[in-house]
Design a protein around this ligand. Structure first.
Ligand code: NAD
Ligand code: WQD
Length: 336
């Protein structure tokens, strides 16, 4: 029996692959490499000393995916595969709906056909839209502010309907806050294509001299220093939450959503100051207008995951800044 990891060549999936292999699971990875590089998987093999099967396959290629299900006996699926750039999703919404939603439907249909009914799904704090208050718990109202977010929300709803139709499904909806950091070896990490959309990869590219300065999107939010506050979570802590979710699904029926965050909010300025002092690197920046669609504060109440999954994030902002920088310095051009 093994675990199917979709999107396992990507940033979070490759870290999850390490954690699964380290824990003794057999895994099979499926990825179309649309936003990743095979080198990440070579590094996973090097780091763990373990082998696994990889299929370059698109979730939209139903027949190919069916053959993979026929060739293996899966116990559960960790489903990371998806497109994730918010701005791009506004420009090409149909591509996002098609890839993320049709891909997930194909996957679930084949899971049902092959009687594999345990699923850990990569959802996002984006499903809380513009929350009225922080910290955010799982009972907060859900909404979406862009097509990417809407794909996550729709998939959550599709999965709830699936569970209503067949209660033997066991599904964990993991709502990630802001994953950053990298494996402590510095050998795998986030490898954005082109200009990074997210804060930490932009900061590390400024630090290494690839970009001149960081633009900070707004300094007039109602936060302690006016810059946006987020719940940054180390990717290694995040993927440990997935293993806890898998253990939970082994024992429990149902569909449950869990926030995966630290419960602490840090501002953009806090992150820059911590990064600069821990890595001895100045980050030149300028304040610019708010980015459309951004919210002032977003951080989790992670109590449910603590109580139900016995999971808690352990690494702090310094660890996140140290490990992101290690990855960037050891791999100035990512995997390329
Ligand atoms: P990523 O782009 O690094 O990884 C996603 C992987 O999925 C890539 O390797 C890509 O090639 C693959 N993929 C995309 N569409 C596919 C398809 N149709 N068939 C097969 N493979 C496909 O992104 P990530 O940061 O590792 O994110 C993983 C998941 O977590 C995504 O679903 C994302 O939406 C979600 N998520 C990410 C964040 C974040 O900030 N990184 C936050 C919340 C949720
Ligand atoms: C964090 C803070 C920015 C870049 C996004 C998605 C969300 C989820 C995680 C997938 C904000 C500020 C950023 C920059 C800046 N992804 N910032 N200059 O927007 O919280 O969440 O990634 O599910 O859906 O929306 O993350 O890293 O882009 O921004 O000032 O160049 O950094 O304004 O306050 P965000 P982020």
């Amino acid at each position: 029996m093994s675990i199917l990891v979709t999107g396992g060549a990507g940033y979070i999936g490759s870290h999850a692959a390490i954690e699964l292999l380290k824990t003794g699971y057999d895994i099979v990875i499926v990825d179309n490499l649309s936003n990743s590089n095979l080198e990440s998987l070579n590094r996973v093999k090097e780091l763990t000393g373990k082998n696994f099967i990889f299929y370059k396959c698109d979730l939209l290629e139903r027949d190919e995916l069916n053959t993979i299900f026929e060739n293996h006996s899966f116990e559960a699926v960790m489903h990371f595969a998806g497109l994730k750039a918010v701005g791009e999703s506004v420009e090409v919404p149909l591509m996002y709906y098609h890839n993320n939603i049709a891909g997930t439907i194909n996957l679930c249909e084949l899971m049902a056909k092959h009687d594999v009914k345990k699923l850990v799904f990569s959802s996002s704090a984006t499903v809380y839209g513009h929350p009225d208050s922080v910290p955010i718990d799982e009972s907060f109202p859900l909404s979406a502010t862009n097509p990417y977010g809407r794909t996550k929300l729709m998939i959550e709803e599709i999965l709830r309907d699936l569970h209503i139709s067949d209660s033997t499904w066991r599904i964990a909806l993991l709502r990630y806050f802001n994953p950053i950091g990298a494996h402590e070896s510095g050998s795998i990490g986030e490898n954005p294509n082109g200009i990074p959309n997210n804060l930490m990869p932009y900061v590390t590219q400024v630090a290494i001299g690839k970009r001149e300065k960081l633009s900070i999107f707004g300094n007039d939010y109602n936060t302690h220093d006016g810059t946006g506050v987020r719940d940054f979570i180390h990717v290694t802590d995040l993927v440990k939450g997935h293993l806890k979710a898998l253990e939970y699904l082994e024992k429990n029926n149902g569909i449950e959503a869990f926030n995966l965050g630290t419960g602490r909010g840090y501002s953009v300025m806090d992150l820059i100051n911590t990064f600069s002092s821990i890595n001895k690197k100045e980050i030149p920046f300028q304040f610019v207008d708010r980015r459309p669609g951004d919210i002032g504060s977003c951080y989790a109440n992670p109590t449910k995951a603590e109580k139900v999954l016995s999971w808690r994030a352990e690494k702090d902002l310094k660890d996140m800044c140290t490990d992101s920088w290690k990855w960037q310095t050891q791999n100035p051009n990512g995997y390329n």
